[in-house]
Design a protein around this ligand. Structure first.
Ligand SMILES: [Zn+2]
Length: 374
């Protein structure tokens, strides 16, 4: 989600962006000792991803891979030809399971005979999704009907299926596990693994105290807010609560850490950005709570609340992510005892428990969905 242009600009001005211009396609740019930034295109509204290469004594570690597409592979080949200083790729790290991050992991690992490092949750989930055993049409149907999606819109959500395997080459049959708080060594420095939940099952960010650098992945982005959704295979997930709870793990880091996000520009202002994101979600929660209150005892369904969170036209892809994000907000309100779930004819309806008008101010922000890939 993006805030309105004015508000987004104001928030961005509270951060510092010390790394200058984006590296050209096929080029890499050093942003900290031994840590290099590169960009790959994405065929979505969110049109790019930042990847990182860390120079080792005897090779290179790649952090995130780009999506499986001919253009990405071509750019990788150009980098291999021009930028590796004669050294091989020795490891591939994927922060999480989304196609823009893990899409070419299998290809890279095979090409360089390099191991893949991921959390257990994301490696196993990626395998399950890629092999289409992570949910079923019946389960998805149940989830959608339960949350008020009208019959004529359900096909949209089924069509969404199957895209993952296109964007992700077959994963290596083995991996090395990243575990929260268990450090790894990259480029001769200690990097702590920080696991966050809510965006992906076990999203790994990497923190290097010595360099004062955080490879944030999608966990903390400078401009857009990370997609936090509830999906059919975990229909009662409290993703937004989990996502916001993860912030405590990042608040311990220094305020002047250089944050390397997967989308947008490297920035300084980690704590400020976390505060902005908390405020953003509080505003959205208040918007929904107010709409729930207006609905009275009848309550609202997840589907009813999509236009409240996203009051603009959404394309077919965006609506799938918007719906999942809306459910995450409703589940968070339930956890915060601001909503009560009732079941009427098999449909789950959320009824307001507290008058939100008491704390919420006017809000004219225009919500924008920035694809669902972040
Ligand atoms: Zn992601």
């Amino acid at each position: 989600m993006l805030d309105s242009p004015d508000s987004a600009q104001r928030l961005l001005q509270q951060l510092r962006f010390p790394c200058g211009d984006v590296p050209a396609p096929g080029d890499i740019k050093q942003v900290a000792r031994g840590v290099h930034w590169l960009r790959m295109p994405l065929p979505f509204q969110l049109n790019h991803i930042n990847l990182w290469m860390i120079e080792e004594v005897d090779g290179w570690t790649i952090v995130d891979t780009g999506i499986n597409a001919a253009a990405t592979k071509e750019l990788w080949e150009k980098i291999f030809a021009d930028k590796l200083a004669g050294k091989p790729v020795t490891r591939v790290v994927a922060t999480h399971l989304h196609p823009d991050h893990v899409g070419l992991a299998g290809w890279l690992c095979e090409r360089w005979n390099a191991p893949l490092l991921m959390t257990l949750g994301d490696y196993m989930s990626a395998l399950a999704i890629r092999n289409e055993i992570s949910d079923s049409d019946e389960q998805r149907q149940t989830h959608l009907v339960r949350n008020g999606v009208p019959a004529e819109r359900i096909a949209l959500f089924h069509r969404h299926r199957g895209g993952y395997a296109k964007g992700v080459t077959p994963l290596p049959a083995a991996f090395q596990r990243l575990i929260h708080a268990h450090p790894i060594t990259l480029g001769g420095h200690r990097w702590d693994v920080i696991v966050g939940r809510g965006h992906a099952p076990e999203h790994a960010s990497l923190w290097c105290p010595e360099l004062n650098v955080l490879i944030a992945g999608d966990q903390v982005l400078p401009k857009i807010s990370t997609n936090v959704g509830v999906w059919p295979n975990e229909p009662f997930a409290d993703s937004l609560t989990w996502f916001l709870d993860s912030f405590s793990r990042f608040r311990r880091l220094p305020a002047d850490a250089l944050v390397l996000p997967s989308h947008g520009f490297p920035f300084i202002g980690l704590h400020t950005r976390l505060d902005q994101l908390v405020a953003h979600h509080d505003d959205r929660l208040n918007d929904i709570a107010q709409a729930m209150t207006r609905a009275g005892a009848a309550g609202v369904t997840g589907w009813d609340m999509v236009p409240v969170l996203f009051p603009r036209h959404l394309d077919n892809n965006q609506i799938v992510f918007a719906f999942s994000e809306t459910l995450a907000h409703l589940h968070c309100l339930e956890t915060r005892a601001r909503a009560r779930r009732t079941i009427v004819d098999g449909v789950h309806r959320f009824v307001a428990l507290v008058d939100p008008a008491l704390g919420a101010g006017p809000d004219d922000a225009i919500e924008m969905m920035d694809t669902g890939t972040a």
